[in-house]
Design a protein around this ligand. Structure first.
Ligand SMILES: Cc1cc2nc3c(=O)[nH]c(=O)nc-3n(C[C@H](O)[C@H](O)[C@H](O)COP(=O)(O)OP(=O)(O)OC[C@H]3O[C@@H](n4cnc5c(N)ncnc54)[C@H](O)[C@@H]3O)c2cc1C
Length: 388
């Protein structure tokens, strides 16, 4: 097989989701000939559109912090730079504490987060009630507040990156699932779909919850499993709070939950089920609303009269340690993994897309080694990030 037998691209990205769309934009912007193949009908139709849009840099892991700080820069300046409204809202994040256990976890983390330069502080209960009026004051000990975090629209974001990538010459083929990856002379040579074969030097696996299936096309096992999470949106009500509110108290059926009020007034909320619900089933369940409604009304009693408009269920592409897998395959030269984003792929997307464009063209910065080491496909997968 010669390079001239098929149309040839510098980079082929499999997946036009939270990660693939920004990656295509940054690669095309740097002059690469890029093809993006997606099984779905348009950009951002996988896990991306199931995300509720939370964006924070306040993690405990320095690599995630660095990428998400960059993402926040990109989200918050996109409209002024490119004109597209992503519905970015700098509402901040709060993690609330009602028991000494959560207070200690959050304060221990706060010390690490401050040492890493994040804008985050502890608020006593009175100050917390000013920022999130309506929180149940009984036993409220306070919580953390990081005002620079925020939220935006995952669908508008994917579409904006798609549109701007196309302007820079990237080609997107939708409704075209990748069915085979051809390796020749021990390295990536081409990608096949039912429609055609495309030659390339570099394939980026950005297939989200389907990352392992795509990995297998190149003979590689990737430890990413689909993990179901449900969400909901209410009717719109007058704005009464801005930050994402996260409650990390475990309860029967869930380890935590989080919610915020969207720019347009609706409350969006989401739960982390316990135990995990593995698999590709994205049908909504009748268990979700009773489970989360009880928790939310306990935490914020005024939500009791709010009507829920819609629920949905999507997939976290989970890894054994809750951190992404990013880096070159050693077994298949030319295959770059950008998978296993767990519950944070939307917020990581812009920063990671820019980073991946540097990796793919071999122009990494000195500080990029922190990210490559932390998210290495060859790490031990033994740790757990504290606020994953
Ligand atoms: C309920 C819920 C709430 C969430 N809330 C947040 C949040 O607030 N903030 C946050 O940061 N994250 C959140 N997430 C997580 C976030 O949605 C994911 O981490 C992120 O979307 C993963 O991005 P991705 O690009 O890896 O995958 P995706 O966005 O799923 O993109 C992968 C793409 O690959 C395509 N594909 C798959 N197989 C093939 C193939 N063989 N050939 C071609 N194309 C293929 C798919 O069609 C898809 O478009 C949430 C997730 C859920 C389910």
């Amino acid at each position: 097989m010669t390079k001239t037998a098929f149309p040839h691209y510098d980079v082929i990205i499999i997946g036009a989701g939270s990660i693939g769309a920004p990656t295509a934009f940054y690669l095309a912007q740097s002059g690469q000939k890029v093809l993006v193949l997606d099984a779905a009908a348009s950009a951002g139709q996988g896990s991306n559109k199931h995300a509720i849009g939370g964006i924070r840099a306040t993690h405990s892991d320095p690599a995630k912090i660095r990428l998400c700080l960059r993402s926040i820069d990109i989200f918050s300046t996109w409209k002024e730079r490119y004109g597209d409204d992503l519905e970015w809202h700098k509402g901040g994040y709060t993690f609330v504490a009602y028991r000494e256990r959560e207070e200690k976890i959050l304060k221990d983390l706060l010390a690490i987060q401050k040492s890493l330069g994040l804008n985050i502080d502890w608020l006593a209960s009175d100050d917390m009630l000013e920022i999130v009026p309506g929180l149940n004051p009984t036993n409220l000990l306070g919580g953390t507040f990081s005002p620079d975090d925020g939220n935006a629209s995952p669908l508008l974001t994917a579409h904006a990156f798609y549109k701007r990538a196309v302007q820079h010459g990237a080609i997107f083929h939708f409704n075209e699932p990748v069915t085979n990856i051809i390796i020749q002379g021990g390295r990536i040579a081409a990608v096949q779909t039912a429609q055609a074969t495309y030659g390339t030097d570099v394939v980026i696996n950005a297939a989200g919850a389907y990352a392992n299936q795509v990995g297998r096309l190149a003979g590689m096992e990737i430890p990413v499993k689909p993990d179901s999470h449900e969400s909901a949106i209410s009717e719109p009500v007058e704005r009464f709070f801005h930050p994402m509110v996260v409650d990390i108290r475990p309860a029967p059926g869930s380890t935590n939950y989080y919610f915020y009020q969207h720019l347009t007034g609706q409350i969006m909320f989401c739960i982390t089920p316990s135990p995990n619900i593995w698999g590709y089933d994205t049908r909504e369940t009748s268990e979700f609303l009773p489970l989360i409604a009880k928790r939310m009304v306990d935490l914020m009693p005024r939500l009791r009269n709010l009507r829920v408009r819609r629920t949905w269920r999507g997939l976290y592409p989970m890894t054994p340690d809750g951190s992404p897998i990013v880096g070159w395959s050693k077994e298949v030269p030319g295959l770059l993994l950008a998978v296993g984003m767990c519950g944070q792929g939307y917020m990581l997307g812009p920063g990671l897309g820019e980073f991946l464009s540097r990796v793919a063209i071999g122009s990494v910065l000195e500080e990029d080694s922190l990210i490559l080491d932390t998210f290495s496909p060859y790490r031990a997968f033994t740790g757990q990030e504290k606020l994953k």
